[in-house]
Design a protein. Structure first.
Length: 231
């Protein structure tokens, strides 16, 4: 199993975990077409799907998928044997079975609340599910498992959710609410208006004339009359 495909599957699963709440163990919903492709490509679904998705998985099917495989006879007898190994989830059609594709549509309809990862080779079904959001699709090409990248519909929905989501916690909302309430109750503080001060006394000081600045005091010379000699 190539490292590139494993990195791809991790990125895809991380997208569905962050935006649609998927968690391990992943519920992988398989139908008869997927089991037939696994039989032809010698893919051990329980082992290889778990390795590819990088964790514990729960492979499940429905009563309708089993019944459809059985009714198609020898063509899908091998797929029917594989499908019988998996746990059956209640689909609501136990008394009146419908086509496997219709059953899968109803299982993941309404936002895929059970977080199913649909494993099928039915191209028409896959095309319809791409028009819905939050439904990962997996198929087999030859002997290789492949998890499809999120559809444009899912990516657009995730971007819209991110733009509209509230990033504040309940505690932060309550804190902001209290601060706004306190701010509304506070009285407005009026600042005391400063009166214009008088002119700076230093700036009013007269400038010195050039004659005054050049005039210097004369130094007293030694031996002048003002000096007294002591005998």
């Amino acid at each position: 199993m190539k490292v590139k495909r494993l990195k791809h599957s991790k990125r895809v699963l991380a997208f569905y975990e962050q935006n649609y709440g998927f968690r391990k163990p992943y519920n992988v919903l398989v139908d008869g077409t997927f089991c037939l492709a696994a039989l032809r490509g010698q893919v051990d679904i329980l082992v290889q799907v778990g390795k590819y998705l990088g964790g514990e998985v729960q492979v499940v099917t429905t009563h309708c998928a089993l019944r459809e495989c059985y009714q198609l006879g020898p063509t899908l007898s091998g797929a029917h044997k594989i499908l019988k190994k998996f746990k059956r989830h209640r689909c609501g059609h136990e008394n009146s079975a419908v086509d496997a594709s219709q059953c899968v549509r109803e299982m993941v309809g309404g936002g895929n609340k059970e977080h199913y990862l649909v494993a099928t080779q039915d191209k028409d079904l896959m095309q319809e599910l791409r028009q819905q959001t939050g439904i990962p699709l997996m198929y087999i090409s030859g002997c290789t498992l492949y998890l499809e990248s999120p559809s444009y519909k899912s990516r657009g929905d995730a971007e819209e959710r991110f733009r509209n989501q509230d990033l504040l916690t309940d505690y932060e909302k309550e804190t902001i609410k209290q601060l706004n309430a306190e701010r509304g109750e506070e009285k407005k503080v009026t600042r005391k208006r400063k009166r214009p001060k008088g002119p700076n006394p230093l700036s009013c000081k007269k400038k010195k004339t050039e004659g005054a600045t050049k005039k210097k005091k004369k130094k007293k010379e030694p031996g002048s009359a003002s000096e007294t000699t002591v005998v």
